[in-house]
Design a binder for this molecule. Structure first.
Ligand SMILES: [Zn+2]
Length: 147
């Protein structure tokens, strides 16, 4: 397993894989590449949560929270999460953010609106731009499929 691995069409079609990719796509659209890099390093490169947290300037319990959330979406199947991340990571990184973290707040470029917290920006993304997120998730999941 490595960055060259690809999903099988069966995995790509699974709702669990889409849930994982959806979560990561939203982090990317929010302009937070650190979360994406941190979970990739944890699941795919087997980094320890404390090393990963230190490297990306995230709280250790935050990293554990992201990891738990992804495991929860995959019924605690670590290898499944690792497979999904390694075959979609590159495509997710290539997305352009639509919300930017600026001075501790979050700005949606599509709506010209500001949000006070990441949580509010995350909700906005899901509620207002959910269709766009779904479209990107489907594109990315299938782009990771072995031809
Ligand atoms: Zn918006």
């Amino acid at each position: 397993m490595g960055s060259e691995s690809a999903l099988t069409s069966q995995i790509a079609d699974s709702l669990l894989a889409k849930e994982i990719v959806r979560y990561l796509v939203k982090q990317r659209l929010l302009g937070d590449l650190r979360v994406l890099m941190a979970v990739k390093e944890y699941f795919v490169d087997s980094g320890s949560p404390s090393d990963v947290a230190r490297k990306y300037g995230l709280g250790r319990y935050h990293v554990r929270g992201y990891v738990q959330r992804l495991l929860g979406k995959a019924r605690n199947n670590h290898a499944f999460v690792a497979d999904v991340i390694s075959s979609t990571y590159k495509h997710i990184c290539e997305l352009n953010p639509i919300i930017l973290p600026i001075g501790g707040r979050y700005y949606c470029m599509l709506c010209d609106e500001w949000f006070r917290s990441k949580y509010m920006a995350f909700s906005h993304l899901e509620n207002v731009h959910g269709d766009l997120v779904t479209e990107l998730v489907n594109k990315i999941v299938w782009a990771g499929v072995r031809p």
